[in-house]
Write a protein that binds this ligand. Structure first.
Ligand SMILES: [Zn+2]
Length: 365
């Protein structure tokens, strides 16, 4: 259930990022991820190293490449360019959005990511538009700014690094914070207006896979490039709200299943099927290695006719390969019924317990 909130770093990328951080600014409020030390700044050097990233509110916040940012910035007027790309500040009292009291969303002027909502706007009396909270904390990055002999916290767009303004600790309740914005960094969409695609959340798709014990299957699906969330649970049985104990009892008809919510623009259902077959042995009937019982059966539970067709074709093709010569694939293919999430202690089990996982990593090249 972990959300991939940070980039996977390569050693070179991390070093470059650390050098950058030391030279100019230090990233704040970043949670280190596996393989990433505290204080490292996620960065990227080329598009093939990018691990897609999603915010809690399900927006694609994968950092844009330098090339893409340059392309977008080229369309800005000189003043907006100066403010967003060169960390400029507009004079107080002049911004077009200062007195805007309409309901709606303030998006990044460069990349369109929603940054602030009218719900959180307040009159700070400073002459700059002010908000006590961002729309989603994942969308606004905070970096230490030591320019002009002061120590301030700069805020920037988490997706395109456009400079937005600064954040101070003298704001109103409930956060006590004041996000002080340049109007030029924002574009306003009134409530009811259609937002452009770059300002909308990801349109997700859901897939379900049963491949024996769900701990490892969930662990690796969660790491798929384009997977937003993987959750362990039970499905295809006849007992409502089953517990782990019920399912182990072998009489509920449920299979240990992993729900995979993914971004079909970033990863295909076919790629998930391939990963699933790397992670388990689809020729074992009602067991998976040492785990025996129909709760450990192999199953693909489809959520659309298109998924059903793709899965059927995939199994047929796999059966013809040398890997399965003389061994019958027994994976069941059924329409998804109700998915019952497993108890909290089963979620992210491999990460929580640090237990080594013996199944194959399906994303390794
Ligand atoms: Zn942006």
């Amino acid at each position: 259930m972990i959300r991939p909130a940070a980039l996977v770093l390569t050693a070179g990328g991390a070093l470059a990022a650390m050098a950058l951080a030391a030279a100019t600014r230090i990233a704040l409020h970043q949670n280190p991820r596996p393989g990433q030390e505290a204080g490292e700044v996620p960065t990227q050097t080329s598009s093939d190293q990018i691990q897609p990233r999603y915010s809690k509110s399900a927006y694609d916040i994968t950092p844009l490449s330098k090339e893409r940012i340059a392309q977008l910035a080229a369309a800005l007027d000189p003043e907006t360019y100066r403010i967003t790309q060169k960390a400029g500040t507009e004079p107080p009292g002049c911004g077009t959005l200062l007195d805007n009291k309409k309901e709606g969303m303030y998006v990044c002027v460069v990349c369109g990511l929603p940054l602030f909502s009218s719900e959180h706007k307040f009159d700070s009396g400073t002459g700059w538009p002010s908000f006590h909270s961002p729309f989603d904390p994942d969308h606004v990055a905070e970096v230490e700014d030591r320019s002009y002999g002061m120590v301030r916290t700069e805020i920037e767009c988490a997706r395109c690094t456009a400079h937005l303004g600064h954040v101070f600790d003298d704001g109103p309740k409930p956060t006590g914070r004041r996000h002080c914005l340049n109007s030029a960094s924002l574009k306003f969409f009134e409530k009811g207006e259609t937002l452009p695609p770059e300002s909308r959340p990801v349109e997700t798709e859901t897939a379900y896979f049963a491949g024996g014990c769900f701990w490892g299957i969930e662990h690796y699906f969660q790491q798929g490039p384009g997977v937003i969330d993987a959750v362990s649970g039970y499905m295809q049985g006849h007992v409502e709200q089953p517990t782990y104990k019920d399912v182990c009892g072998d009489e509920t008809g449920h299979a240990e299943t992993v729900k995979v919510v993914f971004d079909p623009k970033r990863i295909s259902y076919r790629r998930l099927l391939e990963a699933f077959f790397v992670m388990h042995d689809p020729t074992q009937l009602n067991r998976q290695g040492p785990d025996v019982g129909d709760q450990y059966r192999s199953g693909i539970y489809f959520t659309s006719d298109k998924q059903a067709e793709e899965a059927r074709a995939f199994i047929r093709q796999q059966q013809e390969t040398s890997r399965f010569r003389g061994r019958k694939i027994v994976t069941e293919l059924e329409r998804a019924e109700t998915f019952w999430p497993a108890e909290e202690y089963h979620q992210d089990y491999v990460v929580k317990t640090g237990r080594p996982c013996h199944i194959a990593d399906p994303w390794k090249k």
